[in-house]
Ligand binder design. Structure first.
Ligand code: ATP
Ligand code: MG
Length: 468
């Protein structure tokens, strides 16, 4: 067990590295030591598979605290870190713990002290991973329960496409705003395909830092870089026989785009550090909320890859353009969450349904789902109504030819009122933009606009009154 546990020791003192290497190797750990924060960061950046990092605080150039900050913030790594601190540096230890250190040991220390810290940290990591795995399994179960529904013309067309292409092996590019149901469509293709008993692997290309994405997708060979003590298959390897969904493909670097193109062309790729090509049988689905055609013309996305991916294109409309789906989704989510939370919210009142249909749903179906979930949990329609009402998009009356709000036609409105109205118009536009960008999170929108939350609510109310 310990043989598989690799520990990275970072200390600028050679004697300390040698000491820790000897002590920990004797205990059966696999130890790699480096003498600077920079070397440690390089290893981690390249996907060094270590279980625990033992990090000295006092080091020249990048000290332990800065190294730790970079590990957590820049590299987004969650590898547990045990800090080695000098006696009487309580303040530094507190800082380290705040930055995300798992534990600390004060120099000079007994071997047992460090070993205990390591085994505690490993046990905690094991439990965290177990919980995460269980959660993922539960999520997978839930996803399996999820079906693709909809009555709008757009979704009916998509259903037909899915039926036609599910049991072929063509590549599909699924496009649409965030929350419209791209993943639901990808899973519907999978469940209706002949590959449904093989793995379905989803990789979010935007969530994994660029350097790690390649090893995540294609894996690496043993010895590909210092610390690669065992080979790793990569997501393409895991998906063999099944399907892979490359989510947010628009965020992929050009170098990786070339590798994906090769897999699409002949089903082969080379693992990091590998000499031989690996052959896989994987059907590729890709999704994006970016305008890929524009990315092609901006030269940030390879044209040849775009055409390879875009054999079949599924474009899901935003929910605001297919409002006839709203009542069906409401019913569907009511049933799901009543069951999940053991509630009995039976039907939605006419008044609430009117607001749900009028609302513009910038977060699309996901936002609608969350709203219904909230309704089921809180069992309070008024709360939902008050959240939907400040929606600015639908309450603004359309301007007509003789609309008196147009300044050119309103010579008898005092200038003072006109400028007030102009300010209001500009504010309305800025507020709408901020709300959209923050996915209708009013707190965040207020922050973005540099005003207080209260001030934002007040302004939204005023804009609404003005529009009525
Ligand atoms: N046609 C549909 N039928 C059933 N549920 C749907 C449908 N469309 C969307 N949903 C629900 O809406 C939520 C968001 O869908 P999904 O995760 O597929 O969106 P997405 O387009 O992949 O979003 P993102 O771009 O943020 O990844 C999911 O919880 C899903 O259950
Ligand atoms: Mg998605």
């Amino acid at each position: 067990m310990k043989k598989d546990t690799s520990i990275l020791v970072v200390d600028d003192e050679k004697s300390m590295c040698t000491f820790l290497d000897t002590v920990l190797s004797l205990k059966g750990y696999n130890v790699t030591s480096v003498m600077s924060g920079k070397d440690a960061l390089d290893l981690i950046k390249n996907g060094f598979p270590c279980s625990v990092i033992v990090l000295d605080i006092m080091m020249p150039e990048i000290d332990g605290l800065e190294t730790l900050r970079k590990i957590r913030e820049d590299l987004k790594s969650e590898i547990p870190v045990i800090m080695l601190s000098a006696l009487g540096k309580a303040g530094t230890v507190v800082k380290a713990m705040k930055l995300g250190a798992s534990d600390y040991v004060t120099k000079p220390f007994e071997d047992e002290e460090l070993e205990l810290a390591i085994s505690n940290v490993l046990e905690k990591k094991r439990l965290v991973e177990e919980v995460r795995e269980l959660k993922e399994k539960l999520e997978q179960e839930r996803k399996r329960e999820e079906c693709f529904i909809g009555i709008s013309g757009n979704l009916n067309d998509i259903k037909k496409i899915i039926e036609q292409i599910a049991d072929t092996d063509v590549t599909v590019l699924i496009q649409g705003e965030s929350g419209v149901g791209k993943e639901v469509v990808a899973r519907a293709i999978y469940v209706n395909s002949l590959r449904r008993d093989k793995p379905f692997v989803k990789v979010n290309c935007a969530a994994i830092p660029g350097e790690l994405l390649e090893s995540e997708l294609f894996g690496y060979e043993r010895g590909a870089f210092t610390g690669a003590i065992a080979s790793k298959p990569g997501r393409f390897g895991i998906a063999h026989g099944g399907m892979i969904l490359l989510d947010e493909i628009g965020e992929m670097s050009p170098a990786l785009q070339a590798k994906i193109l090769q897999v699409l062309q002949d089903g082969t790729f080379t693992r990091l550090g590998g000499r031989n090509e690996t052959q896989v049988d994987v059907r590729i689905l890709a999704s994006t909320n970016k305008d890929l055609e524009k990315a092609v013309s901006d030269k940030t996305f390879r044209e040849d890859l775009f055409y390879r991916l875009n054999v079949v294109n599924i474009d899901i409309q935003p929910l605001r353009e297919r409002k006839e789906d709203i009542p069906l989704f409401c019913e569907h989510f009511l049933e799901r969450y009543n069951k999940r939370y053991n509630r009995r919210v039976d039907a939605i009142s006419k008044k609430l349904m009117k607001s749900l249909i009028a609302y513009s749903w910038p977060g699309n179906v996901r936002e609608l789902e969350n709203t219904i979930k909230k309704l089921v949990i809180l069992e309070d329609e008024n709360h939902i109504l008050s959240e939907l009402t400040p929606s600015l998009n639908h309450n603004v009356p359309k301007k007509t030819e003789d609309d008196s709000s147009q300044s050119v036609h309103t010579p008898n409105i005092p200038l003072k009122h006109l400028s007030k109205r102009a300010v209001l118009e500009v504010e309305k536009e800025m507020i709408q933009k901020a709300l959209k960008q923050t996915n209708w999170n009013r707190k965040k929108a207020a922050e973005q606009l540099g005003i207080s939350y209260k001030a934002l609510l007040y302004k939204m109310k005023k804009i609404k009154q003005e529009a009525e």
